[in-house]
Design a protein around this ligand. Structure first.
Ligand SMILES: CNc1nc2c(CCNC[C@]34C[C@H]5C[C@H](C[C@H](C5)C3)C4)c3nc(N)[nH]c(=O)c3cc2[nH]1
Ligand SMILES: [Zn+2]
Length: 373
């Protein structure tokens, strides 16, 4: 077991890469998909089930946990890994993105953000320093800088001013993080869809120096085409030998397109959240299990899937328990969706290693062309 954090690139195929992030709590195979554990749980999943889907790392959250049960309480109880019984790596986001999307009243200044808790309306604040303190109390292995993610579309001046402030906050995050062997601090590139702003952001982050670099400020309403256009240049502006993390992405075809353009890791609520709403991702497209046409269907969701839902249950059963709002419905559909997302990652890791990514991608798109099945 290693005492330090490191990233090894094993193979590339075009712009796509496969490698391993080594941490004291375990290895992370890249490209990696990180299931989201918002309030110290991946909803409807036991931690051992999350591991069974193939996940090497999961994502926690500063914003939610600082409000409830508080980072101090989690630290007093032994840290987030012990608290939620997940001993493998955890990455925590810095909270800024959530404040802007979840909280009530909020005031953004050079110091940080003052906001109203969406739980009890109490006045709270987040600064780069406080975000680093919270993530340290949680004990997360990969810490994200405190940044501001502007909503798109935004005018160029807004994007420039916001990016410049996020770079000042990145420096403050780095200084507050200190020297923590075995723990990583990732910088977050901003700059909207502007190539020159993104370049300035990437250079500013490299001057500060980070263990990994996120492409932030995307998946905020720009659409897949604009996101891919940005990913045609943004990853290459970042150091080639460090992990590249695209935040908040995405649907299966977003994920494949991002890996194709040089992204190493992603997170998204989609597989877990949609599992609870009956939306099921399969190799042949999306299945809406609540649709009446599944009521008598004895087939599994996806005969190529080894998850418990596909191994032991019919579509008819999954339709029934969803319609009846039984708890097992969210469990089985979440387990399936997370397994499917991890199977996509494994398929890409294998294809990049074999130099057959283009063929794998063609097969991926061909299989899904059938739409709702
Ligand atoms: C969806 N699109 C998108 N997301 C984004 C996120 C959050 C990533 N997921 C963490 C998160 C966010 C929510 C939901 C879950 C749990 C917890 C609260 C942490 C994942 C982002 N986070 C930061 N710090 N900066 C960004 O630019 C950014 C851009 C995003 N674009
Ligand atoms: Zn399955």
């Amino acid at each position: 077991m290693t005492k330090t954090f490191s990233f090894v690139l094993n193979k590339t195929d075009g712009a796509a890469r496969t490698g391993v992030m080594k941490t004291p709590r375990g290895d992370i195979r890249t490209p990696a998909f990180m299931p989201v554990g918002t309030a110290a749980t991946v909803k409807a999943m036991m931690p051992e089930s999350v591991r069974a889907t193939g996940a090497d790392i999961l994502l926690g959250n500063t914003y939610h946990l600082m409000l409830r049960p508080t980072a101090e309480r989690i630290a007093a109880l032994g840290g987030l890994h012990k608290f939620m019984n997940w001993e493998r790596p955890i990455l925590t986001d810095s909270g800024g993105f959530q404040v802007m999307s979840l909280s009530g009243m909020r005031k953004l200044t050079e110091e940080g953000v003052v906001f109203q808790s969406h739980y009890d309306g109490s006045k709270r604040n987040l600064t780069p320093e406080r975000s680093m303190e919270i993530q340290k109390l949680l004990g997360s292995d990969i810490v994200m800088c405190f940044d501001e993610c502007p909503a798109l579309p935004a005018d160029r001046k807004r994007l420039e001013d916001s990016m410049d402030m996020s770079m000042r906050w990145a420096k403050r995050s780095r200084d507050a993080f200190g020297d923590r062997p075995g723990h990583a601090l990732f910088g977050i590139q901003q700059g909207g869809l502007e190539e020159d702003l993104r370049k300035r952001s990437a250079d500013a982050l490299q001057d500060i120096g980070f263990d990994g670099y996120a492409v932030g400020g995307l998946a905020v309403g720009e659409g897949q085409e604009a996101m891919f256009d940005c990913l045609d240049f943004a990853p290459d502006q970042l150091p080639v030998d460090k992990p590249r993390y695209l935040m908040g992405v995405g649907k299966p075809d977003d994920i494949v397109g991002a890996v194709k353009r040089g992204i190493d890791m992603m997170d998204c609520v989609l597989p877990s959240r949609s599992g609870r709403t009956g939306q099921v991702f399969t190799r042949n497209g999306v299945v809406n299990i609540k649709n009446a046409r599944h009521a008598d269907d004895p087939r599994p969701l996806d005969e190529n899937c080894a998850c418990p839902a596909c191994s032991n249950y019919s579509r008819a059963y999954l339709h029934h328990v969803f319609r009846s709002q039984e708890m097992i419905s969210g469990m089985l559909l979440t387990w399936h969706n997370l397994t499917y997302f991890q199977d996509i990652m494994q398929g890409m890791r294998d294809a990049i290693s074999a130099g057959t990514f283009a063929a794998w991608e063609a097969d991926f798109h061909e299989g899904r062309a059938q739409g709702d099945i």
